[in-house]
Structure formats: C-alpha cells, structure tokens
Design a binder for this molecule. Structure first.
Ligand code: ADP
Length: 422
C-alpha cells in the first residue's frame, strides 16, 4: 500500500509538471523537469540514509515516505541486535566471573592449545601469567612431558594426575573437556595432599607387610619342625598345630600379595619396556595350571604373535590371578579359556570361565581390596581378596584397564585391555 501511495505521488507530481508545461506550451519540458526533481529528491534521501548507515550510532536522518519506512526498519533491527549482543556479553561476563572466582584453576585453550583465557587460581599452579601469555601454546609454558602427551593424545575420559617440578613438589589433577570447535576447557586442582596421603598409606602397608614377614617366617619354621614329627604329641595338639600352620601360610600369602601390590603401585609410572611374548607367557601359565588341574587343562586361543612392551612378571601375575579365579569360581571341571588377540588399536587378554557368574551389583566393586561376593566361599577357597586389585593395578601400570563381563549362570569374562604403544 505504501509503495502504491509513493508511486502514485511520483506519477501525480510528473503529471502536474506535464500539465504546467502544457499551460506554457512545453509539455515535454514540464515532464522532464518534474522527473528530474523526483530523481534529485530520491538521490538526496538516499544520500542521507547512506550517510547514516555509515555510522548508525547517530540519530536517524529526517527522511520521508518510503525512505522513512526503510530507516525505521533498520533502526529497529539495530536496536534488537545490540540488545541481544549486550545480553550475550553479560552472560559471557557472568560465566567468566564465575570461572575467575573459582578456587580451582581454569584455562580456556583455543584450537591448537593456545591460551585464550585463564583465571587467577591457575597462574601459580601452572606458572602462567595472564594476559601476558595469551596466544602462547600452553605446552611451551608447562614443560611436563605427561601434560603435553595428555593434551595431544586427546583422550580426556580420565583426569591426569601429574607432578609439577620445582620446590615444594606439587601434584596437580587436570580435567580437560572439549567444547565449541576444538577449544578445550581445563580445570586444574592441587591434589598434593591427596597424593601424599595415598603414598603414606601405600608405604605404611608395604612396611608393615615387610616387618611381619620375618616373625612369620620364624613361626612357620618352628611349626614345620614340630609337624615333621608328631609321634609324641597328643592328637588335639597335632590338630591345633596343623590349623596354625594352615593359617600361617594364609597369612604368608596375604603378606606376599600386599607386598606385590605395593610394588606394582610404586613402580606404576616406571617404563615397562620388556618385549613380552604373550603367547609364551600363556603357555608357561598353561604348564603351571596343568600340574594343578591335570583333568581340566587351561585352553589357549592365541591369535596375535606381536610382542608388546610390558613387565613380564606383572603381566604373568595378573593373568595367573584371573586364571586361578576362573578355576576357583568357574565350576568344577568346566573349561577355562585364556585368549590373546588384537582388536582395533588395542590388545585383549581375556580369561573366560563357565561358572555361576557374578551379580552385576558386585561388578563395580570387585577390584577393591578385600571385596568379596561371598565371604565364606572365598575364605574357603583360600584367596587373599587382593587378586583382582593386583590385576587392575597391573592393567593401569601398562596404560590399560580391566573389563569384567558376567552373566548369571553363563560364566564370566575378565579382559585386560592394553592400548597399542608406539
Ligand atoms: P579372592 O582372593 O577372594 O579370590 P579376588 O580379588 O581375586 O579375591 O576376587 C574378588 C572376588 O571376586 C572373589 O571373592 C569372588 O567373589 C569374585 N570373583 C573373582 N573372580 C571370579 C570369577 N571368575 N567368577 C565369579 N566370581 C569371581
């Protein structure tokens, strides 16, 4: 409608010009003059609008008709856009303020690992300075190999705990999350106290186990001597001695497992660089099991011939714990299968049994020290309750993990998943 009015006005104006020209005997001159006036007027309006658009922070120009409509539309849109921008800005400011106020360190990295923003708390932790370090690659400033590897590997499913050099030594936990297009949000927390407590606990258990070994060796030595010749002893004494001997050897196994677990934990970060032939390792275990279960030998499925870097003794202890459990809990005479294969980028070392299986509620807690599904049954089988904790720690020390699958009545499969290391 507005267009119609505007066009009608122009036509009327030109018609009026023609009419005036006609009165003076020059209709064409009148038409040309009227048309030129219209064009000049439009050009002037356009100039005003264009001038305003160059810097729309000024007040809108005093234009008329269609031009006034146009300016009105643009003005309203500008106002809406700047309201949205200031709303977004205040949201961003709010988020940054909350990150800035956090006691944990926060760093925002742009694609490629360049620092975009960081809060005050992270600066002493990682030795960064803001805003001076903006745009610098964080790995050039935090020169810790594990930190660099972790960021570059790009698998942020588990946090990284690493030691930052300097005195006093600090242990930091890093949680990384990807967001937007390749940007990374880092949360850094000082976990030195936690790591020190954990080390103290580990050392304490290790030292106590070590100290208890010597008296226990003396006790078992005397018990062995006494049990070697029981002819002069009354039967109740003999039974008591036998029970003491049984319990003493249980205790010996427990101390042995505790010391072994402490050693695995303490050497967890050491390089595991032996080239381990898993096929040979499983064959050795098969021989050992053959002596214990001659009627039900361990079945092997070795599908991969590659050697992997690792610690032979640790890997042997892990698989033997799984195989011993598979015989213990897998049902009398039922087959036990150990397999070794490559699956994608990972190696899978699996032990499968055909026993009663494990109720899913227990699975997440099975690798805790001394956790047992059925206490009476487990103590009857002579286990220490540390077997699966050892397996889990060996897997972790090799950069891998333990996966447990079980179905009621159909048995269980314990798989040590080891990543391929370059
Ligand atoms: P334990 O010395 O008691 O065997 P482990 O740490 O090796 O200690 O195992 C923890 C618990 O997990 C066991 O007590 C048992 O209840 C359960 N478990 C382990 N392996 C199996 C299996 N193959 N089938 C069923 N239950 C199992």
């Amino acid at each position: 409608m507005k267009w119609f009015t505007a066009v009608a006005r122009v036509l009327l104006f030109i018609a009026a010009g023609t009419l005036v020209g006609l009165v003076f005997g020059h209709a064409l001159v009148g038409t040309i003059l009227a048309t030129s006036a219209v064009v000049l007027y439009w050009l002037q309006q356009m100039w005003l609008v264009e001038h305003w658009l160059r810097d729309s922070s000024q007040a809108p120009p005093n234009v008329h008709g269609l031009w006034a409509e146009l300016v009105g539309h643009i003005y309203r849109q500008e106002r809406n856009a700047s309201a949205t921008i200031s709303q977004l800005q205040s949201t961003v400011d709010y988020l940054l303020q909350s990150f800035a106020a956090m006691r944990d360190g926060v760093v925002i990295l742009e694609d490629g690992g360049a620092i975009r923003w960081c809060n005050d708390a992270v600066q002493p932790l990682l030795g960064l300075r803001y805003p001076e370090d903006t745009g610098q690659a964080i790995t050039n400033l935090v020169r810790v190999p594990e930190f660099k590897q972790y960021l570059q590997a790009g698998d942020y499913t588990t946090p990284l705990v690493f030691e930052r050099g300097g005195e006093p030594k600090t242990h930091l936990m890093l949680v990384a999350t990807r967001f937007a297009e390749g940007d990374i949000l880092l949360f850094v927390r000082n976990v030195t106290d936690r790591v020190q407590n954990e080390n103290m606990r580990r050392d304490f258990v290790g030292n106590v186990s070590h100290e208890l070994r010597t008296p226990l060796t003396v006790i078992t030595g005397y018990l062995g001597t006494m049990l070697a010749d029981t002819s002069g002893l009354p039967p109740p004494y003999v039974r008591a001695l036998e029970q003491m001997d049984g319990q003493a050897s249980r205790m010996e196994n427990l101390l042995k497992d505790l010391l072994w677990l402490t050693r695995i934990e303490t050497t967890e970060r050491d390089a595991k660089d032996e080239q381990v032939d898993m096929g040979a390792l499983l064959a050795e275990l098969q021989d050992e099991m053959g002596n214990l279960h001659p009627d039900n030998p361990l079945q092997l499925q070795v599908e991969c011939q590659e050697r992997i870097p690792g610690d032979y003794r640790e890997l042997y202890s892990a698989v033997s714990n799984l195989v011993i459990n598979a015989y213990k809990y897998g049902g009398q005479g039922k087959p036990v299968i150990a397999s070794w294969r490559k699956q994608g980028e990972d190696y899978h070392l699996a032990v499968r049994d055909h026993g009663r299986g494990i109720d899913p509620v227990h699975i997440p807690r099975l690798t805790e020290r001394f956790y047992r599904v059925d206490d009476s049954r487990s103590s009857m089988t002579g286990g220490t309750g540390l077997g699966l904790a050892i397996v889990k720690h060996v897997a972790m020390a090799h950069g891998g993990r333990l996966n447990i699958e079980s179905r009621a009545g159909q048995g269980s499969t314990f798989t040590i998943i080891l990543p391929q290391r370059t």
